[in-house]
Design a protein around this ligand. Structure first.
Ligand SMILES: Nc1nc2c(ncn2[C@@H]2O[C@H](COP(=O)(O)OP(=O)(O)OP(=O)(O)O)[C@@H](O)[C@H]2O)c(=O)[nH]1
Ligand SMILES: [Zn+2]
Length: 180
């Protein structure tokens, strides 16, 4: 079991490594507090991994057309480099007898962004979570993102947009109850 203090100390080691590697000295305030700050950042950036799937309030409605939310801004962390990837998600579903509170859809996007991620997995998991929350058999999710691991390093091509799409269909809670 790794404690919080051990994780902070490990980041301190990384800073000392960078001092030696570059022949520099960091400000003592940085050596003292930056490791704690970075661990705190990582805990925020991964809180979706330990939180429960958001619940959605339901409002009865038949023939609700489709519901689409666009430009839901998110920030996630690429699991390969621990660097941010960020952009917008667009989600759409066709209600089956009820609609859900629209903020729940944003909470679902946040929940799957705040973790070490792969963009394709995030897209698929958001689609599935919306299908489960809405019982809809027509869910579409599109994510458009820039990966700092491609902008700042590696191929070093800023501005490349990566677009991923996924569809999902869930089981309506009504159908699920009837099948039990
Ligand atoms: N499919 C997919 N690939 C990703 C994502 N985030 C990062 N990657 C890629 O994961 C790969 C990691 O491959 P490695 O060869 O281990 O890493 P690397 O040597 O740092 O690769 P370069 O980034 O090309 O320098 C790279 O091609 C990244 O571009 C993602 O969300 N989805
Ligand atoms: Zn990466």
């Amino acid at each position: 079991m790794t404690s919080h203090d051990e994780a902070v100390a490990a980041v301190g080691q990384v800073l000392r490594y960078l001092e030696e590697r570059n022949g520099v000295r960091f400000d003592p305030e940085v050596l003292e507090n930056t490791p704690t700050r970075w661990i705190a950042f990582l805990e925020t950036a991964t809180q979706g991994m330990r939180a429960k799937e958001p619940t959605a309030v339901q409002f009865e409605l038949t023939d609700g057309g489709t519901v689409q939310l666009s430009d839901v801004v998110f920030h996630s962390l690429c699991e390969h480099h621990l660097l941010p990837f960020f952009g917008t998600a667009s989600v759409e579903y066709r209600p089956r007898g009820f609609v859900v509170g629209i903020s729940a859809l944003v909470h679902i996007v946040e929940h799957h962004a705040r973790r070490l991620q792969l963009q394709e997995r995030m897209t698929r998991d958001i689609a599935y979570a919306i299908a489960v929350a809405t019982g809809s058999d027509e869910v579409k999710v599109k994510i458009d993102a820039e990966h700092l691991c491609m902008s700042m390093r590696g191929v070093a091509k800023p501005g490349v947009r990566v677009t991923t799409q996924a569809c999902a269909s869930g089981v309506s809670p009504i159908d699920r109850d009837e099948n039990q």
